[in-house]
Design a protein around this ligand. Sequence first.
Ligand code: FES
Ligand code: MG
Length: 585
Amino acid sequence: MSASPPKKLRSRAWFDNPDNIDMTALYLERYLNFGLSLEELRSGKPIIGIAQTGSDLSPCNRHHLVLAERVREGIREAGGIALEFPMHPIQETGKRPTAGLDRNLAYLGLVETLYGYPLDGVVLTIGCDKTTPACLMAAATVNIPAIALSVGPMLNGWHKGERTGSGTIVWKARELLAAGEIDEAEFIRLVASSAPSTGYCNTMGTATTMNSLAEVLGMSLPGSAAIPAPYRDRQEVAYRTGKRAVELVFEDLKPSDILTRDAFLNAIAVNSAIGGSTNAPIHLAAIARHIGVDLPLRTWQEHGHAIPLLVNLQPAGEYLGEDYYRAGGVPAVVAELMAQGLIREDVITVNGRTIGENCRNARIEDEKVIRRFDDPLVEQAGFVVLTGNLFDSAIMKTSVISREFRERYLRNPEDPDAFEGPVVVFDGPEDYHARIDREDVGITAETLLVMRGAGPIGYPGAAEVVNMRPPAHLIMDGVHALPCIGDGRQSGTSASPSILNASPEAAAGGALALLCTGDRVRIDLRRGTANVLLDEVELAARRHELETQGGYRFPPSQTPWQEIQRKLCGQLGDGAILEGAEAYQ
Ligand code: FES
Ligand code: MG
């Protein structure tokens, strides 16, 4: 690790620029104004931004307000100057219509901040679902030295002696409520029990997934992702992250050195082993496009599908975030895959060493929580990528398919991986909520539920609504899950057997718009196909009819950003980034 600054710090262009003494004076006087000294600003010390995602509006990341103090101390200790600034808030469970709308907005804001202010490096405070990709996407675009600090998961939730996990308990509780087994007060109590402390969702939802993958990508310190938010180790790693941010500037180690194609392939492998969220392919595609790495959706099946599920966390398993950390966290998972030759060991990470060096000696500390490779929870746990006459691409997380579902749908001796049934179509989540429990809708145990109008254009940002529970009367008959198909997303905390992220969405001319309730759809997981059993002629006639009516209808935008995002963003299969933004690198 070099102790001397690189030839010219980026921030010198603001504070030490003899070619433009007028502006230099103006920049200096205002940054001096809040207490920095001329000596500090012109000392050649790297200026490190702390991109603050925590706020009162973002409870998941709020603990970053505390951690930032330790980050500052680390930055100062290593000879840097810390400048903390706020990011646009993104609270997954608080933002209407969906936090998905805000990922690209926070990205844009952070790009402008990193590009336009005197920063030599940045600490990215990641955590709640969309905060991680928004930060990494912006760091990829601006490509100044950057290091991510996870806020860490909440402590485990408990209710009557059982672990209650974020999100996952909601899906369970709404079934109990629909079946009349609990009342509304108990419903709220049960759900609230899953959130006992500061931090992000304690299940293997999108937050734990994306924070784990940020570590695997090499963008945060090894072993740091899984530390629960309130643990003292979290404070320590905040300090070490601040120190390391300064060293990154001295070494000129940038996101483009770390976020290589091999790093993404490692992330895909680990995503299968942890049972990661179906939002991961969207966010990784977005980060990859902004850094200029080619990562088509089929890469997930090619590099991820054969890998088994090792991490026994809800929703696919039983445990929660504290257990994950105690069992060894990300390094233990990486080491287990590495022993099988499934990790590209030579990729450099943010601590200056390779992922192989960082993880080789990691051990699984509890084999109930992180299973050994030869004793997995599920074989072939990665995503299946599907295509057909309904969409160009969609994915299914096969690791969460329940035994009930497997027996009901996948055990046809003639074709063990295929299932088929009539569909019931919903246009957006409001339509679903209004009609799901009405008996005249005609949902049976053979029905496939379809959700459309929920993609990045139809429901700006793409709603997490494809995981639809069956109607109450079926739940009372013991049917806990029906296959779902949709052009929206679903929560990473859901164990629903869904085919989701369908691209293109109905609102972008996708064929889901042509489906009618009662059509039969056939899914073949082995061949990777999903088709409505209608011929080309019928589909063309329906398309003509729809087009003469002005195309698929969706609700109007309520804010300027909704309108802008609808005009500019791409489809989920390609990361749903602002199309054209990847040109700025
Ligand atoms: Fe923020 Fe789950 S709601 S991490
Ligand atoms: Mg979510």
